[in-house]
Design a binder for this molecule. Sequence first.
Ligand code: FHN
Length: 449
Amino acid sequence: MTASAFFRTRIFVFLTTLSTLAASTSPAADAPAESKADRDARMKWFADARFGLFIHWGVYCVPAGEWQGKTNYGEWFLEETHMPVSQYEKFAGQFNPVKFDAKQWVAQAKAAGMKYIVITSKHHDGFGMFPSEQTDWCIKSTPFKRDPLKELSVACREAGLKFCLYHSIMDWHHPDWGTRRKWNDKASGEPDMDRYAAYMKAQLKELVTNYGPLGILWFDGEWEKPWTPERGEDLYKYCRSLQPDIIINNRVGKGRDGMKGMDKGPSVGDYGTPEQNVPDNGFGPGVYWESCMTMNGHWGYNKNDNHWKSTKELIHNLVVCASGGGNYLLNIGPTSEGLFPDASVERLKQMGDWTKVNGASIYGTTASSIGKPKWGRSTTKGDTIFLHVFDWPKDGKLVVEKMPRSAKRVSLLADAEKKPLAMKAEGGKLILNVPPSAPNAVDTVIVVE
Ligand code: FHN
């Protein structure tokens, strides 16, 4: 974890109460009236998708993480350098991602097996990655006279991926955000949070209205004092009034237990958001959640950060999320030219090689019905159990404990002919004869029907 990420984690631990009640994402009592069946129907595409792409892209990618000899910056560049806002604004004049190709990004995500894309419409620096009528502090003030969000929304729709937006509640640039930074030399007068909330709603109306149906509004930056549970509930209702079937994460409210991501009690928002960690178990049926994670150590582009997670680790994270009934939202920080870093592209390709063959054991599945086996994880789809074998047995015998029912047929998911594996039931366990070496070294999936 980078120092800045460590510092942010400490903020969460400090700002959120330590007592953690049962994790829940039940919407607040006075959220729009919605039956459980209607809510499950609204959440169905999300629960089936299991795998999405997070994109953190903004003018902070211009310095690419480096400034005055330090190389550990990312999307928190303004906050961590305390650069005067008037100076930071100059990065907008250098943001011209001429190599940006929305169709290419979407094709790379789709080939990896991702079903939705969540891109930053506005991060904490307040810069709008879209031409907003509400401010000039947006893409209009760059040499890039296009609308990247529009191009990406069209490419997503053409490819059958859900287009979703990350929108920061906290806004270090706007003069009305309640905790004014000393280095915001462009702001004057006293902050006014009612005025700020109206501004944010006006931008959200532009986003929810002008870019086609959105899958998710992914709020963030809710932790500072000026944002209240009441403002969160009001914003949730407002966004749902603009697009009733939109999904909104739990960071619109104030119930989140820091980086663990789940609500400490009844709060507003449709799903929990563990960050940079994969909960080892799920949270039971009907509790929706999504673990968001970087591929290296930064959300925003950092040209010096080569601490890339291996593809094996990324695939295991996806499987562990699915085995707990949750989603995996994997991040890429594109460059100021508009390209995914090569190391990210390579991992997307390699993840796609696995999901192409084994996606049926992820998409549309529910949590494990056999707990957490010693050799890997498990996912469920109706009467079918998928065994995700990370550690292949050396003696050719795979022991499956806690089987909920007898097995009719067992085969390798990758085997198109579905040749049955020999099996024996013994004392509540299922013992499978498996090939001497793992067909897939990262995760071989066995289907138990
Ligand atoms: O401060 C942000 C951070 O920059 C990044 O956007 C992550 C992604 O979920 N959220 C906050 C830190 O928890």
